[in-house]
Design a protein around this ligand. Structure first.
Ligand code: ADP
Length: 439
């Protein structure tokens, strides 16, 4: 028998009146009322005890205690809520299990950490690829387990647009690509992909290009040497050979430039040419390059403006930076018609230092800009014969800048000239101290 609140109240009032009436019959109305109240109190306490016991031991059984009246109603409602809660919990647990099973089946390692890098969950592949152990590593900081400084910097930088590549800390022969995504309350989802095969193919490609270029350099130097001698003594040659020898000499010097660029690029890529921590005097370097650029400009009579402060110093590799800046300034000469203007500017602000090479030349269609730093990519293939470029200049610039934690920005439009800006981070700027000079 179940009651709602109003029925319950009515029943209590009726019982109290009845017991007071019974007491009145025996001449003790107050005792009758007290007896009824005491009985109600005891019954209520018994129900509260049942409820307390059930709430304190929710796992002992699903069933809520049995009762009658209002308390029966309360227990029924609680029982229904409890049952709904269990069903929802089971459904959620099933979903979580399914997600975990599917991520466990993945070949990529998946790791969840909080904002500080404390490991909360990871799949079986993460154990295999990174050597994590389920029993001991939960709650550990991930930087203590992946101890590469580059990983620590990548995790902390919060700029996860590009993936990071590194060798597995547990199995150094495995090469991993790490990608981090933010989710939830600033938590991190880290995906580690095994890219060993791709990495080895890429290494083979680089080695091949590097080795072939080296092997070709010696015979080519011999051929160029003889051709130059023949060009110098062209008057002794039969007239029908002169043109052929001249063309051969031009092409062999182009091939030499190509091979020099290929060797430089392969050194930059393999990291064989480490970034020396030179302190480079930018003004002196740019002035020197501009002198060569004026010679290259020849009878095209370009005008040059160089706006670089006296004390502009950068920490980096002098040789690499010279190649990068020369490529940009020589390109400005090559792709700017006669009487054009070339401006080289060095600025610093709170983000870092910026070297801009701006010309009033032919410009570039924006569709080509994202691909310009690829090897042999040319915005206008018909023109490269005239300019005599190798098609590797901007690829070299990109790699030099990568080695200096920097990047290249290109602004251009057809017929509007071009601006190539190298952005260097603040840490690369060398301070000038009056006592010791640049540091
Ligand atoms: P290249 O040896 O052909 O100059 P680069 O890698 O140096 O090779 O440049 C790639 C392409 O970018 C060039 O072929 C040219 O189409 C375009 N380019 C580079 N610099 C400029 C510039 N200052 N103005 C216009 N086009 C340019």
């Amino acid at each position: 028998m179940r009651h709602n609140w109003t029925q319950h109240l009515r029943l209590i009032v009726f019982l109290l009146i009845a017991s007071t009436g019974l007491g009145l019959y025996f001449g003790q109305p107050f005792a009758g009322l007290m007896a009824a109240l005491a009985a109600y109190l005891v019954w209520t306490l018994v129900q509260i005890r049942k409820l307390h016991h059930w709430l304190a031991h929710p796992d002992t059984g699903d069933e809520a205690p049995e009762s009658i009246g209002l308390w029966g109603n309360i227990f029924d409602n609680l029982h229904r809520l409890h049952r709904d809660h269990l069903r929802t919990r089971d459904r959620l647990q099933a979903s979580v299990n399914r997600v975990q099973e599917s991520t466990n089946a993945m070949r990529d390692g998946v790791i969840m950490t909080d904002a500080q890098g404390r490991m909360e969950w990871w799949n079986g592949s993460a154990e295999h690829l990174l050597g994590f152990r389920r029993q001991t590593d939960r709650g550990q900081y991930i930087h203590n387990l992946i101890r590469h400084p580059s990983f620590k910097a990548y995790f902390g930088a919060r700029d996860y647009r590009e993936p990071l590549e590194l060798n597995s800390p547990a199995k150094p022969h495995i090469h991993l690509q790490i990608q981090i995504s933010l989710f939830g309350d600033d938590d991190r989802l880290i995906v580690a992909k095994d890219v060993t095969r791709l990495f080895q193919l890429e290494l083979m490609r680089r080695d091949f290009v590097g080795n072939v270029s080296h092997e070709m350099r010696t015979p080519l130097t011999v051929i160029s040497g003889y051709l130059e001698t023949m060009v110098d003594n062209a008057d002794d040659l039969p007239p029908k050979w002169r043109r052929a020898i001249n063309t051969m000499a031009q092409q062999s010097s182009r091939m030499e430039a190509l091979i020099t660029d290929l060797i430089l690029l392969s050194k930059l890529e393999t990291g064989e040419q480490l970034v020396n921590a030179d302190v480079v005097d930018i003004q002196a370097m740019i002035n020197h390059i501009c002198t060569d650029a004026k010679a290259l400009s020849g009878d095209k009579h370009h005008t040059f403006s160089v706006e670089i402060g006296e004390r502009s110093y950068l920490k980096g590799d002098e040789g690499q930076l010279r190649s990068a800046f020369s490529n940009l300034i020589f390109n400005a000469v090559k792709y700017t018609p006669a009487e054009g203007h070339i401006t080289v500017t060095w600025t610093t602000d709170r983000r870092g230092a910026h070297l801009s090479v701006k010309d009033t030349g032919i410009g570039i269609d924006p569709v080509h800009i994202p691909r310009l730093t690829e090897r042999f990519y040319r915005a206008d293939p018909s023109r490269h014969q005239q300019t005599g470029g190798t098609g590797l200049g901007l690829a070299i610039v990109k790699h030099v800048l990568l080695n200096h934690d920097s990047n290249l920005e290109i602004k251009s439009g057809p017929g509007q000239g071009s601006e190539f800006i190298c952005h260097f981070p603040r840490e690369r700027i060398a301070e000038y101290l009056e006592e010791t000079g640049p540091a």
